[in-house]
Design a binder for this molecule. Structure first.
Ligand SMILES: Cc1cc2nc3c(=O)[nH]c(=O)nc-3n(C[C@H](O)[C@H](O)[C@H](O)COP(=O)(O)O)c2cc1C
Length: 372
């Protein structure tokens, strides 16, 4: 049973949105969109099953054909995709939930086989991901070396994000999360390991933040900053990322998006960061600089989440793998019930298996039978 001291299960006002609890569903790419990267009834069922979250952040969703880097990830740049997303938002809302769309452009984390006309993917600088492979229709391939965007092309990419927000609104989303994390295009501009530009979008921290802040302003112009969040991962190395001073860089970002009144900052920082011998945690610095809601993410358990809320390090906690495997995660956490373990083999596979067949409490045998 939840106890009255559990902050995780207390309501929270996220701007004008009333959340029944502080258990957020983290964005999770599942590679199960239909043809044309259009969301389907199966995707709607998956999200509907998880509608008891304080709110859901959708899987990363491309703002343009150029923003694609994976198979069967959904988009938000065609009318048919908007119709597909309407199935999802309608199902979540009917089940009493709330859902934001995560706006995404992968930048260099792509391969020419995903790109219109097999062109090179675009990035701040012509630096390829060296330590991983792209999963393309032709199998695993080295990532393509990207083409550095010309300065005059950048407003067009900002406009893709604004247009994605406009379509997300038309599709019935409650808000949008700008994907500034995990080594995708915005993060590639922010961090100096991937941004070697010499124009006004490169060099100083102010210049490297400019692309993000232009997107923040354009997207806020569509939804209102009260319905726009930002996700960052200051120290994540995924996608061959690095920065010489994440505390300074992301401290600046936090202050600037605070001044623009974004409703939340979603910080991916594994709990292990800050352990003895590791670099100091960045999240507390961001907490100081950002006045909106802070969502903590990265390996949280019930206990760790409660501790973070109690210590004032965060207002909300998001769960990725645990939510993927437990459609009724808030209830399970509140009742201290055991959690289904996530099945890594089906994270990015096809169909309902490992997607919509994880059992709720009291249904323990179903998934086992289905997967036998
Ligand atoms: C299968 C899978 C897909 C993911 N897809 C996304 C995504 O689309 N966008 C994103 O920002 N993070 C994505 N992540 C990262 C998660 O949102 C989260 O940061 C990570 O799983 C750590 O949280 P956890 O320990 O609660 O799982 C993904 C993680 C997993 C396991």
């Amino acid at each position: 049973m939840s106890t009255s001291s559990d902050l995780l299960f207390s309501p929270f006002a996220l701007g004008s949105l009333a959340l029944p609890n502080r258990v957020v569903m983290a964005p999770l790419t599942r590679c199960r969109a239909g043809d044309g990267n259009v969301p389907t009834e199966l995707n709607a069922l998956y999200y509907e099953q998880r509608a008891s979250a304080g709110f859901i952040v959708s899987e990363a969703t491309q703002v343009s054909p150029q923003g694609v880097g994976y198979l069967r990830t959904p988009g938000i740049h065609t009318d048919v995709q908007v119709e597909g997303w309407r199935l999802v938002t309608g199902a979540v809302h009917r089940a009493g939930g709330r859902i934001f769309l995560q706006l995404w452009h992968v930048g260099r984390a792509s391969h020419e086989s995903f790109q219109p006309g097999r062109q090179a993917p675009v990035a701040p600088s012509a630096l390829a991901i060296r330590n991983a492979h792209a999963h393309t229709p032709e199998g695993a391939q080295p990532y393509s070396t990207p083409r550095a965007l010309e300065t005059h092309e950048i407003p067009g990419i900002v406009a893709q994000f604004a247009e994605g927000a406009r379509r997300a609104k038309a599709a019935g989303f409650d808000g949008v999360e700008i994907h500034g994390a995990n080594g995708y295009l915005i993060d590639q501009f922010l961090r100096d390991g991937t941004n070697h530009r010499t124009d006004q979008y490169g060099g100083s921290i102010q210049n490297r933040s400019r692309f993000l802040l232009e997107i923040v302003e354009a997207v806020s112009g569509v939804f209102g900053a009260d319905r726009v969040g930002l996700r960052v991962s200051p120290t994540a190395a995924y996608n061959d990322m690095s920065d010489s001073n994440p505390v300074e860089l992301f401290g600046h970002v936090a202050a600037e998006v605070s001044a623009r009144k974004l409703v939340y900052l979603h910080v991916v920082e594994p709990l292990a960061a800050g352990a003895q011998g590791a670099a100091a945690r960045v999240t507390p610095v961001l907490r100081e600089r950002f006045r909106g809601a802070l969502i903590a993410n990265g390996g949280y358990t019930l206990e760790a989440a409660e501790q973070a809320l109690r210590a004032g390090e965060a207002d909300l906690v998001s769960f990725g793998a645990p939510f993927l495997a437990n459609p009724d995660l808030p209830e399970r956490l509140a009742r201290r019930a055991p959690l289904n373990p996530p099945d890594v083999a089906t994270f990015y596979s096809e169909g309902p298996r490992g997607y919509t067949d994880y059992p709720r409490l009291g249904e323990a045998q179903r998934a086992v039978q289905l997967s036998a």
